[in-house]
Design a protein around this ligand. Sequence first.
Ligand SMILES: Nc1ncnc2c1ncn2[C@@H]1O[C@H](COP(=O)(O)OP(=O)(O)OP(=O)(O)O)[C@@H](O)[C@H]1O
Ligand SMILES: [Mg+2]
Length: 444
Amino acid sequence: MGVIAVFFCRFFGVLEMGSGILQSGFSSINSSEPNHLSSAGAAASQRNIFESVLQKPTIFKDRNAITPHFTPASLPFREKQISEISTVLATALQEKKSDNLFVYGKVGTGKTCTVKFVMQQFEEFSMQSNGKAETVYINCRTHNSKYKVLLSALRKFFPDENFMGFSSSFVLEKLLDYCNKQKKHLIIALDEIDKVKDLDELVYSLTRANDELSAGSVSVLGISNNVLFKERLDSRTKSALCEHEMVFPPYNAKELRQILLERMPLAFKEGAVEEAAINLASAIAARESGDARTAVMLLLRAGELAEKNNSPKISDLDIVKAKRQVEEEIIFSMISTLPLQEQLVLFSISSLSVNKKGIKRITGLEENVLFSGDVYDEYVRVASSLKESVVSARWYREFISELETYGLIVTTQSGKGIRGSTRLIKLAYDSEKIFEAMKKELFK
Ligand SMILES: Nc1ncnc2c1ncn2[C@@H]1O[C@H](COP(=O)(O)OP(=O)(O)OP(=O)(O)O)[C@@H](O)[C@H]1O
Ligand SMILES: [Mg+2]
């Protein structure tokens, strides 16, 4: 910004001076000269709109470094995970098939950045040795089917060819052929693996592929924040995928504080963040779910707020103000990553809540408290109207537990006398906002 600002200052400074000379020069030659010249001069003497934008003082040194997509070079409190993942993957660097690995943990526990960091180091090491091992990272939120995953993997090795439209088996054959001919040991990292619709088939194809390869191998590194997802897998897929398993625990406030302290000098100018702001951001993020993304986002949004108010520093008050916005951003991003069936259950809860279909106050309970059975009926109605399959009551109860784990709903057991003993459900956030956002998403 500094260099650009100086450039703009100098450039426009010169323009302004020059236009003055030009104008006076012309007017002395012909004082009745037409307006277009004088209006051009006037325009040039006006400040360019970008001049003021770029000259505005900023508290950011590198805004990108405080966004959730940034992969820092150092990952405190993940040394154990880094070492475990690299131990599993190292086999591929010894020209042998590495075991499949499944990594899970709640949101913002550093799964993506840790795996990316290890893969980066892996590639570096492989290039320096014989280059026989390679990695490919795929986010299954975008590549959410066996075909899309295979296509995306193949694109990395054949960037100039277009395989779009070829059959899934052709794409798989091509990938295996590459491993075979080049004797490559391939690690395919599938982030948000729970989003792959035909995951059983994908894992089966990739696992079986190793029996067909005479040289090289393919291994899968699966990542998910959906803790119960593993339990839902076909038993063959589960045992194939989970040869090794690793859980990423949530961070505590002290750890989050340290993570923010290390990030601060990369993202902000010196002295731009008050200590109280760091402490509060880490305390909030730890209380919410031990999520480093919340902590990072709180600082980012608080920084933007401080800047908007022309404040030279981020204070704890800015963090308080940023909390609501960040909460919403995180909730909506979390909802968008839920499996479809859980989205349908959540949508049904929000729909009943906005339509005030909860238990009447007569029972002494709040209006938006819902009977589990009513939610299930609404879910069946919603799923059918969208022509989606309907899960059994047993799976529905699993989904309710999972939504509660994510903090999106709270449940409690009703006392005797209210429809026998049933589970009561309440949305943890603004039902109108969730209902409107999900309606757009589901019924688009
Ligand atoms: N140990 C750490 N040190 C520094 N930054 C971290 C650490 N762990 C997480 N972060 C930061 O927190 C943010 C979220 O991390 P990441 O995306 O890896 O979480 P995740 O576990 O993959 O979450 P999700 O399940 O939602 O995908 C990123 O900005 C990342 O840089
Ligand atoms: Mg992630």
